[in-house]
Structure formats: C-alpha cells, structure tokens
Design a protein around this ligand. Structure first.
Ligand SMILES: [Cu+2]
Length: 666
C-alpha cells in the first residue's frame, strides 16, 4: 500500500523497504549498502514514479547523494557526493564506458533510456570500488531483463507529452520469456524543442532528439549455466547546449556484451559470472547553429572501450566473499578544426585528446562478515594497474612543447581499501566506515590540449605527470525505523590529497579567441569535502504519507578557498495520497542562497528558490491489459531560477504540464 506511493526507495533503511530488509537479514546476514533507485518495472516503465517517463537524469537526481551539472535540457552530468565524472565511476551492468566529449556533453547516463533500465544502484565513496577506481562513488545502471521465467509474451506501449519544450515521448517494448530462453527488446524516442524558463523566457539552443533501442537475450545452457547477450544502440541528434558555445549534431553509442553465468560451478563457489564487452561512441560537436562566433569550429570525439570482468561469490559460515577480476582498454581521440573567416587563412587542426589509450587491470575483494546477529563488518580492497599511452605522434609532439621530457607511456598502481561496521538492533541502525582510494587523472586532466571551459573562460591544458589523487574517507549514518515513521541521517567526509584542479598559467596565451587565459591542471596539497543529508518518512494514515529530505555540502581547499560546484542547503518534501488505483502528490523543493562559491571557477552567488509540483495517477485494469495515466504540473508557479550546478547560471525550466501514458498487455 505505502509502497505504491513511494517515488524513491531511500537507502535500505526507510519505510517498509527496511522491514523487508530486516527479514532478509535474519536469513542471509547481509545488509545492502547501496541506495537503489527503481527505474523500470518487470512489466512497464516505472509505475512508482510521479512522472513515469521522466529521463534517467531526473530519476537519478532524486537521490540525496546525486546532483546534476546542467548544460541544457539534455545529458546532465551526475555528481556523486559533489564529485563529477573524473572522480566517479558510472557503469551499465558493470561495463566501463567512457564519454567521447572533451566538454562533458555526453556522460555515460546519456546513452541509456528508462525503458531499458530496471534500477540504478548508487554506492558512496569506496563502496563503489568494485566498479573501478573511484573517489566519490559509483552508479551502476542495471538493464531490464525478464530473466528465465514462464511469463510468456508481454507488450508495452508508452507515450508522453510535456507542454514546456513540447517534448514528445514514444516507447514500445516487447518481451518474451520462458524457462530456457528470454528476449527483451525496447525502443524509445524523445523529441523536444527549446524550453522556456520561468516568466516565459525562451532558452535558445535547448532542443534535442533522441532514439534508443536495446535488446537483451538469454539462453539456458544447462540447469546451472546461462549465456546472455545485450545490445544498446543510442543516437541523439540536434542537441543544443544553451550553456555552452557549441552544440551536437550527432552523439551515437553502440554498447554490447556477452555474459556467461554458472551457479555452483564447484562446491565452495555459489556463483561465477564472466562478461566480455565492447562499446563505441562517436560525438560530433560543432557551432554551425550559432549565428555569431569569432571562428567556426568542429570538434568531433571518439571513445572505444573493450573490457571484461569475471567474478565469483560464495558464502562460508559467517563470511560472504566476492572476488572480481576486471580489465578494460580504452581509446579516446578528439580533434579540433578551426575555420578562419578569412578564406585566405589556413585551417587550423589539432588533437585535443591525442589518441590516448588507457589499459587497466585490477582485482577487487570483498568480505562481509557477520560478527553477531546485530553487528556486521564489511571489508574490501582493490589493486589495479593503470597505464596511459599517447598514440598520436603529432599529438605527442604538441604536448612536448610544454613537457619536453614527457614519456609516451605512464604507468600507475591504484589501490583502494574500505571497512564498514554496521550495528542493527531492533528499530535502530548505525554504520561507520573508513576508506582509502586513489584515482588516475582523466584523459583531459592528463592529456587535454587547449580545452575551452566556458564557465571560467579559460583554455585548459593537461599535465601528464600528475600524481594519483588520494582520498581518505570517513562516513557514518544513523537511523530509526518505526512502523509509522523512519528517519535517517548520513554524513561523509573526504580528505583528498593531490587534488587536481586547473590553475592559471600567465606565461601561456589562449587559443580560443576572447578567452581569459590558460589554466594548467595542477595539484593542490589537499581539499576537503563534507556531505550530509537527512531523510524522514511518515505514514500519516493508510492513505496519506509524508516524506522529506535536506542536504548540505561543504567543500574547501587547503587554503580555505571554496571548491567549485558545492551544493548549498537544499530541501525537498512531499505529501502523497493513495487510495485504490488512484494516487496524488504535492511536493515542494528548493535551496537556500549559495553563498559559498568559487569565483576562480567563474561562479557567483546563486539566489534561493522554491518551487511546487503537483501530480496525479490512475491505473485502469481490463482483463489482461493495464493502463496507467499520469498527469502533473512541475514548477507550478513558473518560478525563474537556477541551481548551484547550472553551468553559467543557465535558468531551469518554468512551468511544465505533462501527461504520461503506459499501456501493457500481459
Ligand atoms: Cu561535445
């Protein structure tokens, strides 16, 4: 009952999810540490959500641990614990994928759709180390799979309309499953025009079109062995980035994998799973739609990744053990061609990512130990070898202008360790953890060549011999869960040494016309980040439910200077009504003034804002058919606002009315 009213299953500790988990703990001695956001459903696109056809970005944003950097209406960049792409790992079914854009226009999350996902699991800090070397944490997005069930055929159709930006959404899915075979396919299309900020102000270049197709299929080889293949094809065209000086005419991804699973391969091993995968991304960025630019530019980028992982899990008395061996090889290449207005002048060409190859091989070990019925200890460790090499001869020569001694290849060892103690007694849960992690510089930080940042107006140059960034992390959470209400508070502190940040170099002159100067990636002695959030949930009676959360982050460097993109005090609260197949929700969300900002990064004070959303949903059943209708109004009072993480203060969407329809035959 209460479950239906939930948008977000907050941590394992909230609501009746906890009760379910508690029962689980008694039998399996295991407390899930991840926050799970349910996106899809076995039969249709998520029914729990207020707006079922929301984008993946909107689903993820509901987590207290995630905030989004927005450069327009499309492809927001997720930050985990206030840390962006370089310091986090985002995977799809455990696969590593690397963006192909030097301007971060295409985070991994932009290559999936809600129709092909079942959930996203968010791991904070070193708890995410299984997916790769990380500092901030990890998000693993799980593809929707019916699995080997006897559910037969399922057909689903969905469509949506949004008034602001005229977004049109259409989706279809076809699933077939039996005991020895399954096939899940789906297709989704979105098309949007420019959106309007509060006060009816049109935001130019905020349109986009996206197509996504995916297929997952499995065959049972024997009682204990299965083989599964997956394919995602995603293409976005005519994507505008209003906060940036360039747009994207095409962003295309092909993501494939083949997985072999074996239950009980030998006596002491419960499960063995091996996957090989390949993905290829092509990103075509230009400024052909912008009326007046000092110089025309084309900046395409490519990223190909080959990888595998093989993991085993087993339980031995009080231990649950997992071992994961993984490896990937990535090739990242990006170019820039400038076309001077004077046709007599020569075009200028350079590699902005000089065909950088990254080869990583690592091992991850985890042991979850049940010390007593109430006390659990999780230990994990990882060790990996990380090698970068520059394959483009001319790209290497260009970088050697700045670093004459630079070698073609650079090898690093990356380690990670984490421990977490959890106490779970009756209504009370408490956890405390300590972690250590390292990461290698990203391709841009290590090898980027004159990458223009439109926020601070500087061209950025990478530094190949940067040291590993190292993070020591402390985290804690405490919660109480009663039958009618629950509350949980959590906090994490990161002390990051060798913190990588661009610093101005006055001896260099910029390539981009009108730029403020050149910044070179340097390392600060350290930086500190502190993130806190508090969530509560209250079941008023059998029809009414209230939930709320507040978030506050803090980030300073060793000099007590503010770090960029640090979330100010932010709040969200919702009142939900549910009766039979009808539900409705009213919510308020907002933030206080962002008074701690980084002037050096081009930030200024972001004013406080608050906005109201309303929605209602009705489910209709007819024989083997089910129809879900959702309607709502977002930003009801058409407030003009931008948040701390809106690039160049680009305003958010004003009032938006939406209708979402889902139709399922099962
Ligand atoms: Cu781009």
């Amino acid at each position: 009952m209460k479950k239906l009213a939930f948008i977000l299953l907050l941590c394992p500790f909230l609501g009746n999810e906890l009760i379910a988990q508690q029962k689980e703990i008694d039998t399996t001695n295991y407390i899930p540490m991840k926050e799970i956001i349910v996106i899809g459903d076995k039969r249709a696109v998520s029914q729990k959500a207020v707006k079922s056809l929301a984008t993946v970005d909107e689903y993820l944003e509901r987590s207290s641990k995630i905030s989004m950097i927005k450069r327009g209406a499309y492809a927001w960049e997720p930050m985990i614990n206030g840390m962006a792409t370089e310091r986090t790992v985002i995977t799809i079914d455990g696969m590593r994928i690397f963006s192909a854009c030097t301007d971060k226009m295409d985070p991994v999350t932009s290559y999936v759709e809600i129709s092909n996902l079942s959930e996203a699991s968010i791991s904070s800090g070193q708890e995410g180390a299984e997916y790769g070397a990380t500092i901030g944490g990890a998000v693993n997005m799980e593809l929707h799979k019916t699995g080997f069930t006897e559910s037969g055929w399922n057909i689903g159709l969905s469509s949506g309309l949004e008034s602001n930006g005229e977004q049109k959404i259409a989706g279809a899915k076809l699933d077939y499953a039996e005991d020895s075979f399954f096939l899940n396919t789906d297709f989704m299309y979105r098309d949007a025009e420019n959106y309007y900020a509060g006060g009816n102000q049109e935001v130019q270049y905020s349109q986009f079109t996206k197509y996504n197709f995916s297929a997952v299929s499995g065959v049972r080889l024997s009682e204990h062995q299965t083989l599964q293949g997956s394919l995602i094809f995603d293409k976005a065209t005519d994507v505008g980035y209003p906060a940036l000086p360039m747009d994207v005419s095409s962003a295309e991804a092909v993501i494939t994998s083949l997985k072999y699973e074996h239950h009980k391969p030998i006596n002491y091993i419960d499960h063995w799973e091996t996957k090989i995968y390949f993905n290829s991304i092509e990103h075509i960025m230009d400024d052909s739609k912008r009326p007046d630019v000092p110089i025309r530019m084309d900046m395409p980028g490519w990223s190909d990744t080959y990888g595998f992982y093989s993991k085993i899990s087993t339980s031995l008395q009080r231990h649950e053990i997992k071992v994961n061996l993984s490896s990937f090889y990535n090739k990242s290449l990006a170019e820039m061609t400038m076309y001077p207005n004077d046709p007599n002048e020569k075009e200028m060409f350079m590699y902005t990512w000089p065909d950088v190859r990254t080869f990583y091989t690592g091992i991850f070990l985890e042991d979850r130990i049940r010390l007593t019925d109430y006390l659990h200890l999780n230990l994990s460790g990882s060790l990996g070898s990380h090698t970068n090499s520059v394959e483009s001869k001319s790209g290497l020569q260009s970088l050697r202008i700045f670093y004459p001694e630079m070698a073609e290849e650079k090898q690093r060892i990356l380690t990670g360790l984490s421990s977490k103690l959890q106490l779970h007694h009756k209504d009370f849960v408490y956890a405390m953890g300590l972690g250590y992690g390292e990461r290698a510089p990203s391709v841009s930080e290590g090898y980027g060549f004159y990458l223009f940042n439109s926020f601070d107006g500087f061209d950025y140059i990478g530094k190949p011999d940067l040291l590993n960034e190292r993070s020591v992390e402390l985290n804690t959470s405490a919660g109480i869960n009663k039958e009618r209400w629950s509350i949980i508070a959590s906090g994490s502190y990161f002390h990051i040494s060798n913190y990588i940040l661009g610093k101005p170099d006055p001896t260099l002159s910029p390539m981009t016309i009108g730029a403020n100067g050149v910044k070179v990636y340097e390392q600060l002695e350290y930086a500190s980040l502190f993130n806190t959030d508090l969530s509560l949930d209250f079941l008023i009676d059998q029809n009414w439910n209230f939930n709320g959360k507040v978030i506050y982050n803090y980030g300073k460097d060793y000099n007590k200077e503010n770090l960029p993109l640090v979330q100010p005090f932010t709040y969200y609260s919702a009142l939900q009504f549910q009766k039979g197949f009808f539900s409705a929700e009213a919510s308020v969300e907002g933030a206080l003034k962002q008074s701690e900002f980084s002037r050096e990064f081009g930030e200024n004070e972001t004013p406080a804002y608050a906005m109201v959303n309303l929605s209602a949903s009705q489910i209709l059943y007819l024989n083997q058919q089910k129809m879900t209708i959702k309607v709502g109004a977002e930003n009801l009072f058409d407030t003009y606002y931008s948040t701390f993480s809106d690039w160049n203060n680009i305003p958010r969407r004003g009032r938006n009315l939406f209708v979402n329809l889902n139709y399922v035959v099962f």
